[in-house]
Design a protein. Structure first.
Length: 346
């Protein structure tokens, strides 16, 4: 097997992340299915890969429930089989390594978040009690206590969701663009002091492509920032510091919505020799930069989940019902429902 060290490292990256209680490890059977999905997405012959016998409930990953993956029987799959398949696919196209690594990362994070949903504890009265001072007397005390319990649980879940998405979203987009996310400690782009001189303090970069001297700022949208002018000053200083370090700053905004802040920010990027890509232009730019294989990943796995929700344009949320039934939570409206199983320990 050629380049076996690389293949084995890739296999490990696909299978496991995290340590201790936070570790998520998916089975060989799950990786096998993900390889089949990826090959099918790329219109490769499963028969030629020796995978023609595989039967899936759907060939769209998002239509396959995580429960189905959890109940997979792995008797027919060995780690050696996975290594062999990875080797064959990467010989066919080197970018397959990035495709399957990102697809596995997406799957693992979804598995982990399902675990979070199933185990995030109900807030205690001690946690929410002091908050009653702000609304006590506005309604029946039992209604108020239940409202605050739901509110705190949803707040905790949303924080966990934002955290997990942050670990997933930017690295996937950065790798698709041909770069990587760089932390402030190792960043070649340094902060500039009031005198215009570079300091020893680095700037975190969403996507750095060293060989192209390009630094991307990746955003879902640019609106009036809740954190105020201080945070926006940070945004405005990034393209200036990129230019000073010899990098072209590129602002990539997925949402097409215009705002005064976006206009001001984009002007600063252009002044510093940079570029702006927004909305459909941003998606097209990513697909072009990604190449034939990874552009498929963007179209299949990233764009639908983000763009279709944005296109709904919910101005006022409709009525939904939330009910905690002990071993599951049900979220429903008039036409559909979403069941979140709860762990028996909880």
């Amino acid at each position: 097997m050629s380049n076996s060290v690389f293949i084995k490292n890739l296999y490990t990256k696909c299978r496991i992340h995290g340590t201790g209680e936070a570790q998520v490890a998916i089975s060989d059977a799950e990786i096998y299915v993900l390889i089949a999905l990826a090959a099918n997405d790329l219109n490769w012959s499963l028969e030629k890969l020796g995978m023609s016998q595989i039967k899936l409930p759907a060939w769209d990953y998002y239509e396959i429930g995580l429960d189905w993956f959890e109940n997979l029987s792995g008797d027919y799959v060995t780690s050696q089989k996975i290594l062999s398949l990875l080797d064959i696919c990467i010989k066919k196209n080197q970018d397959f390594a990035l495709f399957i690594e990102n697809l596995s990362a997406l799957h693992r994070r979804r598995v982990k978040f399902k675990r979070i949903l199933s185990s995030q504890p109900i807030p205690s009265m001690e946690q929410i009690g002091p908050r009653t001072l702000l609304e006590y007397g506005a309604c029946d005390i039992e209604l108020l206590a239940n409202w605050m319990t739901w509110r705190k649980w949803i707040y905790d879940i949303d924080n966990r969701s934002a955290q997990e998405t942050g670990y997933l979203f930017e690295p996937i987009l950065a790798s698709s663009l041909g770069g990587e996310t760089i932390g402030a400690k190792n960043s070649p782009i340094k902060r500039i002091d009031e005198s215009g001189r570079a300091t020893n303090s680095g700037r975190q970069v969403d996507c750095l492509i060293p060989h192209a001297n390009t630094a991307y700022e990746l955003k879902l949208r640019v609106t009036i920032a809740a954190s105020g002018q201080g945070r926006f000053s940070e945004e405005l200083s990034f393209p200036v510091e990129c230019q000073a370090a010899g990098y072209k700053p590129v602002l990539l905004v997925l949402d097409p919505t215009q705002s005064n802040r976006l206009k001001e920010l984009s002007r600063k990027y252009l002044e510093c020799g940079g570029k702006l890509f927004q909305g459909e232009q941003a998606w097209k730019h990513m697909e072009k930069q990604a190449g034939a294989v990874m552009s498929v990943f963007i179209k299949k796995y990233i764009k639908p989940a983000i763009k279709l929700v944005d296109d709904l344009e919910i101005n006022l949320p409709r009525k939904i019902s939330l009910e905690w039934r002990g071993d599951y939570i049900e979220i429903s409206n008039e036409t559909s429902n979403y069941i979140i199983p709860r762990s028996r320990e909880e």
